[in-house]
Design a protein around this ligand. Structure first.
Ligand code: NAD
Ligand code: TDX
Length: 332
């Protein structure tokens, strides 16, 4: 049994991880979250009070961070500004949280000699051509495209430097695109599902040929737990579940699963600098640590996610109109 400090635990993937840990282990969890527009305490409803505690605070605040890190066994670092489109309009919070926040945590785990796991993204590797058979591996050179992905790349490099220079006991994982419950409606899949529920036509950027490599958030959680248990200090592990699909196919599948004509969507202004394709080769994680994903059927996982958004309108409704107004102002 261990006590984990989970940063960003009120966000999409962090909250899925907290549920996963409390359901599948006897660990205790402390969440540190700033509750930005992307954090939602309702995502943590119903957790066992004896094993779970929430702290409202900023990972870039050294006083709060130092006190919390001193009292736990390990830190699992999810907190970030996470949305590419936002980073194109206002990059500053991405630097504050993704760079300075990660630096603040690293200094605390260095001081208290605590285990650290850093959550990152495949976007640090830039993008691949649509017809390139290659996939990202742990050896792919960094080549980030957006303010978001460049700050995530910077945070990864800080972790590597703190391991080498100061002996911090850290691992890193870079995961592909997640889907599942509790994802903010600004993101592609929940935006389109909630659009259909609201009678709004889904919005596809450009031609929709861009490819993302989808993984269920619960599989991401089991991979992170595996790395925490058996990962080698200083190593990076790529997490992916062989889920490559282009955006056009995903939007058409959502419409079909929701009983609408598959072509009932609009093409809108493309994202500036839009990465073409991401694809993960997760051989190292599977071979060295014995991890396998459980959600191999994307259609079934997507159908369950649609059901979750249908059942949990109270969770997403308060944010929907503001998100759509923002996108509309950008022609998206
Ligand atoms: P999210 O935007 O849904 O959640 C981020 C959470 O962090 C929110 O609860 C927010 O309140 C909190 N937060 C933001 N700034 C903070 C700060 N300064 N101090 C404390 N808390 C703060 O993000 P997500 O999609 O759940 O992503 C979580 C992590 O996973 C990020 O590090 C992201 O880079 C990484 N990741 C995401 C994906 C994906 O598909 N969404 C894929 C790979 C990696
Ligand atoms: O309305 C939309 N229409 C559309 O076509 C939106 C919001 C997005 N898109 C496209 C852009 C991308 O090609 O869908 C794809 C997925 O978009 P996002 O959900 O914004 O995800 P992406 O930019 O791929 O980044 C996500 O995966 C990697 C997460 O947001 C990141 O935090 C993670 O690092």
């Amino acid at each position: 049994m261990a006590t984990l400090l989970v940063t960003g635990g009120a966000g999409f993937i962090g909250s899925n991880f907290v549920h996963h840990v409390l359901d599948h282990t006897d660990h205790e969890v402390v969440v540190l979250d700033k509750l930005t527009y992307a954090g939602n305490l309702a995502s943590l409803d119903g957790l066992p009070a004896g094993r779970f505690r929430f702290v409202h605070g900023d990972i870039a605040d050294p006083t709060v961070v130092d006190e919390l890190v001193g009292g736990v066994d390990a830190v699992v670092h999810y907190a970030a500004e996470s949305h590419n489109d936002n980073s194109l309009h206002d990059p500053r919070p991405f630097l504050d949280t993704n760079i300075i926040g990660t630096y603040t945590l690293l200094e605390a785990v260095r001081r208290h000699e605590k285990r650290f796991h850093h959550i990152s993204t495949d976007e640090v590797y830039g993008d691949l051509e649509l017809d390139d058979p290659a996939r990202f591996t742990e050896h792919t050179p960094y080549n980030p495209s957006s303010p978001y992905s460049s700050t995530k790349a910077g945070s990864d490099l800080l972790v590597r430097a703190w391991v080498r220079s100061f002996g911090v006991q850290a691992t890193i994982s870079n995961c592909s695109n997640n889907y599942g419950p509790y994802q903010h409606v600004e993101k592609f899949i929940p935006r389109q599902i909630t659009n259909v529920i609201r009678g709004i036509r889904p919005k596809l950027y450009g031609k929709g040929e861009n490819v993302r490599d989808w993984i269920h958030a619960d599989d991401h959680s089991s991979a992170v737990l595996t790395i925490l248990d058996r990962g080698v200090i200083g190593e990076t592990y790529l997490i992916g579940a062989d889920g490559e699909k282009n955006n056009k196919d995903v939007v058409e599948l959502i419409l079909t699963l929701m009983g609408q004509p598959a072509d009932a969507y609009d093409h809108v202004t493309d994202r500036a600098g839009h990465d073409l394709r991401y694809a993960i080769d997760s051989t190292k994680l599977r071979t060295d640590l014995g991890w396998t994903p459980q959600y191999s059927d994307f259609d079934a996982g997507l159908a369950a996610t649609i059901d979750w958004y249908r059942t949990n309108e109270a969770w997403w409704a308060p944010t929907k109109d503001g998100v759509e107004a923002f996108y509309a102002s950008k022609g998206q």
